[in-house]
Design a protein around this ligand. Sequence first.
Ligand SMILES: Nc1ncnc2c1ncn2[C@@H]1O[C@H](COP(=O)(O)OP(=O)(O)O)[C@@H](O)[C@H]1O
Ligand SMILES: CC(C)(COP(=O)(O)O)[C@@H](O)C(=O)NCCC(=O)O
Ligand SMILES: [K+]
Length: 258
Amino acid sequence: MLLCIDCGNTNTVFSIWDGNAFLSTWRMETNHKRTADEYFVWLQGLMRLHGIEAKISETIISSTVPRVVFNLRVLCNRYFDCRPVVVGKPECDLPVAPRVDEGTTVGPDRLVNAAAGFDRHGGDIIVVDFGTATTFDVVARDGAYIGGVIAPGVNLSLEALHQSAAALPHVDITKPQAVIGTNTVACIQSGVFWGYIGLVEGIVRQIRVERDRPMKVIATGGLAPLFDQGFDLFDKVEEDLTMHGLRLLYDYNKGLTA
Ligand SMILES: Nc1ncnc2c1ncn2[C@@H]1O[C@H](COP(=O)(O)OP(=O)(O)O)[C@@H](O)[C@H]1O
Ligand SMILES: CC(C)(COP(=O)(O)O)[C@@H](O)C(=O)NCCC(=O)O
Ligand SMILES: [K+]
């Protein structure tokens, strides 16, 4: 079985592919201090709980936090007796090379999203990922990642307001009833929610103008469904897009697909 690990700046997601389907998906807070032994005990406990008995013998990692990769590699070597494929490292090939400035580093999550989006929807697409940051990944007709946009994440924006303004409380994001808030919490929720709707609309519109062609928009990340309610921002919301991309890149690197 293949263990796919997607480490973002906030959460690290583990999912097990049995050759036909993802059996389970589990999240833990990203923390570079966590050891391989800690990961393993946690994973083993969850596998037992879900009655997953088969052995993990293959692993792939994408990490936006370079420091966690060391212990995740130890986890794979020590407990699963395999060398992980690590996206973004020379050992991991991509089906189509990114076309970006020379010497620049693209977040591995964005490369994975681009590959997954192209596999499911073909080229000329925009993948929007609502994570710690909100990223827009532009995929050309031939499947190449050609750049995009990095905006502050939804929770990061809310947290920044709370941290920097003495009278603003911590607020959780939700869709407000109206744009005009009649109390502080409603005003903040309105600013971030409607600000985000405008941000997504505006950036997508501008990317389409720059590319001068229609482009499908695929959304992923925990908060994508929130921005999908009653709006026409996305052609599709796909919660499992990054995991699909990891599985795809694993097969590609092991020569299991053309
Ligand atoms: N369903 C959800 N509802 C509310 N907040 C969420 C949900 N899913 C994720 N989040 C929050 O969104 C932020 C980004 O989460 P995540 O997609 O895991 O980011 P990353 O990939 O950068 O680690 C985090 O602050 C997380 O707590
Ligand atoms: C933009 C990101 C911080 C997004 O990370 P996430 O929100 O998933 O934690 C990550 O993809 C990253 O560190 N990128 C490197 C720079 C780039 O992609 O251009
Ligand atoms: K992510």
